[in-house]
Design a protein around this ligand. Structure first.
Ligand code: SF4
Length: 213
């Protein structure tokens, strides 16, 4: 397993490879960013960004979406997978915001995860991106990269990965580290056919060494 220093050094290398790494979801308000983040489960940010402008125009506020039925939202998101469920999550999250939080997106983990469709990853993304509260969201890319590189053991849960990365990485680097790991996972350490032959982290990566040699 990598030491704290090796984890930080590896993430710095990823950051150097992708200095532009940042959120790729587009939204004009915190509420809309929350909706986009819910929609991004099992969908690419690019596919979400294609459909959200019309959705956001039709439902500009939590109140407007809370008054709707899931079927009213479905036509706007039907190009995404799981759109029946996602429409329910969006409407019910809006209703939760209106009913329990006076129409404002809350900014604690406990409150955010009380909303339908909002799990720990979505909450962490919103806390970090919208409220600038230190958080380390762990998505599919972060999980894969952390496991392959031996930052955590291969069977580590998402929660264990988040805990380990938070231990190793200084708090003020959490969000940048999250972005760097996503870009690295998206373009270098891809789920299928990772580019191990051309990876600067190959010398510390047992998975990659087994893959190449
Ligand atoms: Fe991923 Fe391969 Fe690089 Fe290891 S060597 S981090 S598996 S791309």
């Amino acid at each position: 397993m990598l030491t704290n220093k090796e984890i930080v050094d590896a993430i710095h290398q990823m950051r150097a490879m992708y200095p532009e790494a940042g959120t790729t979801l587009k939204a004009d308000t915190t509420f809309h960013f929350l909706l986009a983040t819910i929609l991004s489960a099992q969908s690419t940010d690019k596919s979400v960004n294609m459909i959200t402008p019309a959705l956001f125009t039709r439902f500009p506020t939590p109140k407007s979406l809370a008054k709707a039925e899931p079927e009213d939202a479905e036509p706007y998101i039907q190009s995404l997978g799981l759109y029946h469920n996602k429409a329910k999550y969006l409407v019910n999250a809006a209703r939760g915001i209106v009913t329990n939080f006076n129409g404002q997106v809350p900014h604690t983990m406990k409150e955010l995860t009380s909303l339908p469709g909002v799990g720990r990853k979505v909450a962490n993304v919103v806390l970090a991106e919208c409220f600038h509260i230190p958080a380390f969201p762990v998505d599919t890319h972060v999980s894969r990269v952390a496991r392959r590189l031996g930052m955590v053991n291969p069977n580590a849960t998402v929660l264990q990965i988040e805990k380990r990365l938070k231990e190793a990485v200084p708090k003020d680097e959490w969000l940048d580290a999250h972005h760097a790991m996503i870009f690295f996972g998206r373009y270098q350490c891809t789920a299928r056919n990772p580019k191990c032959n051309k990876c600067p982290l190959l010398p510390i990566c047992k998975y990659g060494q087994d893959n190449v040699f």
